[in-house]
Ligand binder design. Structure first.
Ligand code: R5P
Length: 290
């Protein structure tokens, strides 16, 4: 039986996973000192237990530090096998050295998690699954494709799936397979220094009269989604549904909604007002089967 440790940034998701599994939920005491330092304490020892910590890395730096504290702590308190579930893996976009002499931040995180004694790491639509190669621990990258398809299934009479970034084309293929429809992707380039986005069409596609689901792993500024919506509106899509697995809280939601998209949703990897896609059953199924 797994004991779920609900991390400081994912208390509700941790509870939901425990409920799905009918597993014990570890009692966690958490506070911030006046100077900003984090404090965590568990209510009991974990001798011989199979433990899963559920902790999304948002807000990025505090939640990372708290994950490190929790991971070290559960091992210290006697856990036998430790799985770290990181629904949103921050720093995943810093997965290689794009410019000379810069830090490969996701590798730094992987090394630290390994050193602190994780046996298994579970992520969700990580920005680039090459990040998983940085870990010594066993890794699994889950996908929200079926959750997204199920969420929009009843809304889309003439479905079509668009992925605004060529690197997520597999994700689009999976959603399209669930909805039994065609898909395509856009080619996106981001300037390494300014962050400006340039979006191009891979090959012409017809969405006239279609109900298009646009899905991406991350919505941050919303710039990528707005470009995709513009392209779809120029091609007379009937309706546009937006799904970001990880929505980094910002004004992006209002900006995207203002374009006329029918619906903008994200998962509960980060708890926001639009977190309508529930990842708990998929995480629970993975923990159950491992
Ligand atoms: C980047 O390649 C990701 O897949 C997303 O497309 C990106 O992070 C979205 O960022 P934004 O909302 O700032 O355009």
């Amino acid at each position: 039986m797994t004991v779920i440790v609900p991390g400081t940034s994912s208390p509700e998701l941790g509870e939901d996973v425990a409920e799905e599994l009918d597993a014990e939920l570890a009692g966690l005491e958490y506070k911030k000192f006046p100077d900003g330092e984090s404090y965590v304490r568990l209510e009991d020892r974990l001798d011989g237990e199979d433990v899963a910590i559920v902790q999304s890395l948002h807000p990025q730096n505090d939640s990372l530090m708290e994950l490190f504290l929790l991971l070290d702590l559960v091992n210290d308190l006697g856990a036998e096998h430790v799985t770290v579930v990181i629904p949103y893996f921050a720093y995943g976009r810093q997965d290689q050295r794009y410019r000379d002499f810069e830090a490969v931040s996701s590798r730094t995180i992987a090394k630290t998690i390994d050193n602190l004694g994780a046996d298994k790491v579970v992520t969700f639509n990580i920005h680039d699954d090459r990040v998983l190669d940085f870990f010594q621990a066993e890794t699994v990258n889950l996908s929200a494709a079926s959750v997204i398809a199920d969420f929009f299934r009843d809304d889309v009479d003439e479905p079509f799936v668009l992925i605004p970034d060529q690197e997520r084309s597999d994700f689009g293929e999976d959603i399209a397979a669930e909805l039994d429809c065609d898909f395509t992707w856009l080619v996106k380039r981001r300037h390494r220094v300014t962050g400006d986005i340039e979006t191009m069409i891979k090959e012409e596609f017809d969405v006239d009269g279609k109900d298009v689901v646009v899905a991406d792993d991350i919505i941050s500024t919303g710039g990528t989604m707005k470009k995709a919506i513009e392209i779809l509106q120029e091609r007379d899509a009937a309706s546009i549904y937006i799904a970001g697995v990880h929505f980094l809280p910002s004004d992006a939601y209002r900006d995207i909604e203002a374009t006329g998209a029918e619906k903008v949703v994200a998962s509960n990897s980060i708890d926001t007002d639009i977190s309508e896609l529930d990842l708990a059953p998929v995480i629970a199924a993975e923990l159950q089967n491992s």
